[in-house]
Design a protein around this ligand. Structure first.
Ligand code: MTE
Ligand code: MO
Length: 431
């Protein structure tokens, strides 16, 4: 259409509708390709004197973040960090993509799958690769079920004891998906990389960056990256769909059994280096310390970066403070351990840990050494006669017989990571 009539703000306002407000709220629509689609509906322009300075809205680096599912409990809007509520978390063994927990440090990049390239730095004498999505699809497609957990899962229990620095995650900074992609070892081999004697690390860089241009980054040991049995993926599918933007579209790393921080999203670059990634998130974060270490005494160089996570479990039903109306109580939850260690048992107590019952583990038996995904579990038990309240507790055991600590105090640390004490829920019994 050719019409270029000039309108005043007053005239536009007289035609304002709820749709125009939605347009402003969901900044995702404010993109060039959407503008192209809308061009055919253009009826005119605002009078030049009345045009607002256009830099205001677009200077918000989060304006282009995707739309999220309303059921998520938001711990931080910008950057976006959110977890599913407990009752939804264990409703399905595979977490549906829209409620998979999200942990972003920076704005979500908006990457064009047609021009996307993954840069693989080759070894001296090898060759560097610049891989399009189609190039990645040429590698054998590998699909595995992997649970991803943030190091800060259950941090809020640590901060209840004593202040920590970090997002207030409840029990939901953990989710499970079917991931599909190329194996990292296949791609590294094509670039000419081999396992070497010296200690070496595979460094990953994301395409998300802060205003100074610093990208998110992390690394894993080369031995894990080159081990076909470790099944490290350059994933382009999540539950049969292209990765959602929040989870790394178009390509992310999936490192089974390893802390979420190493599963770098929006992957731009992979290189093999003699040292760990120099990223802040590899060197100055995601490490564990003694409870007595504070921000004046902490020495980040003294502690190894977190890779494999310890054994973990939590109760998702009933909820803390709930009233139990029937004579039987159903307790549900999840259990998982790092490094491919399988959960072999979950113990549940209704009396704060004095007596225990063994919960029923749902789902498939797992492959030895490759138990990358959680087990959901449940226990149905009669409510002990005469009780007015129950102190429900759960704890898991993995196949190395690792167990969870009973309280949080001895594992408290200033960053609130690795929070895996027995999970406790207090409920009332209806008279
Ligand atoms: N990758 C990039 N590029 N940027 C990030 O902020 N966050 C990491 C990791 N990969 C992050 C990233 C952290 S700390 C976690 S726990 C996981 O992504 C979360 O993955 P999810 O958002 O898909 O659940
Ligand atoms: Mo994380």
């Amino acid at each position: 259409q050719e019409s270029t009539r000039i309108y005043t703000r007053e005239e536009v306002k007289s035609h304002s509708s709820p749709e125009t407000r939605i347009w402003a709220l969901y900044a995702i629509h404010n993109q060039s390709h959407v503008r192209e689609i809308l061009a055919q509906y253009k009826i005119g322009e605002l009078s030049p004197e009345e045009k607002a300075p256009s830099t205001l809205k677009t200077s918000d680096p989060y304006a282009d973040d995707p739309i999220r599912h309303p059921a998520l409990k938001v711990n931080s809007q910008c950057p976006f960090n959110a977890e599913p509520p407990p009752e939804l978390l264990t409703e399905n063994y595979i977490t549906p993509n829209p409620i998979f927990f999200t942990r972003n440090h920076l704005p979500v990049p908006n990457l064009d799958p047609d021009t996307y390239r993954l840069h693989i730095v080759g070894p001296p004498g090898g060759h560097s690769l610049s891989l399009s999505l189609d190039d990645l699809y040429q590698f054998p497609k590998h699909e595995i079920t992997v649970t991803l957990q943030c190091a800060g899962n259950r941090r809020s229990e640590m901060s209840q004891l004593k202040e920590v620095r970090g997002l207030e995650w409840s029990t939901g900074a953990i989710s499970t998906a079917r991931w599909a992609g190329a194996r990292l070892c296949d791609v590294l081999a094509q670039a000419g990389h081999q396992l070497c004697e010296n200690e070496a690390h595979v460094c990953f860089e994301g395409l998300d960056s802060d205003p100074t241009g610093t990208a998110y980054g992390a690394s894993i040991p080369l031995t894990r990256a080159m081990d076909p049995e470790a099944e490290v993926l350059l994933a382009y599918e999540m539950n049969g769909q292209p990765l959602p933007r929040d989870h790394g579209f178009p390509v992310r790393v999936v490192v089974p059994g390893v802390v979420g921080a190493r599963h770098v999203k929006w992957l731009g670059k992979v290189s093999v280096e003699p040292e760990e990634s120099h990223s802040h998130w590899q060197r100055r974060d995601y490490k564990g310390f003694s409870p007595s270490v504070d921000w004046d005494t902490v020495d980040f160089d003294s502690a190894p970066s977190i890779q494999e996570l310890p054994v973990q479990s939590a109760i998702t039903e009933p909820k803390d403070g709930e009233m139990i109306e029937s004579r039987e109580v159903t307790v549900k939850g999840y259990a998982w351990s790092g490094g491919g260690r399988a959960v072999i048992r979950v113990d549940v107590s209704l009396d704060g840990g004095l007596t225990w019952q063994v919960a029923q583990l749902d789902g498939k038996e797992q492959r030895p050494g490759k138990a990358w995904a959680w087990r959901l579990w449940q226990l149905q038990a009669p409510v002990p006669a005469g009780e007015k309240e129950l102190n429900i507790v759960c704890k898991a055991v993995d196949d190395s017989y690792n167990v969870q600590p009973d309280t949080v105090a001895p594992i408290w640390n200033l960053r609130g990571v690795l929070s895996n004490a027995w999970h406790r829920v207090h409920v009332w019994v209806a008279p």
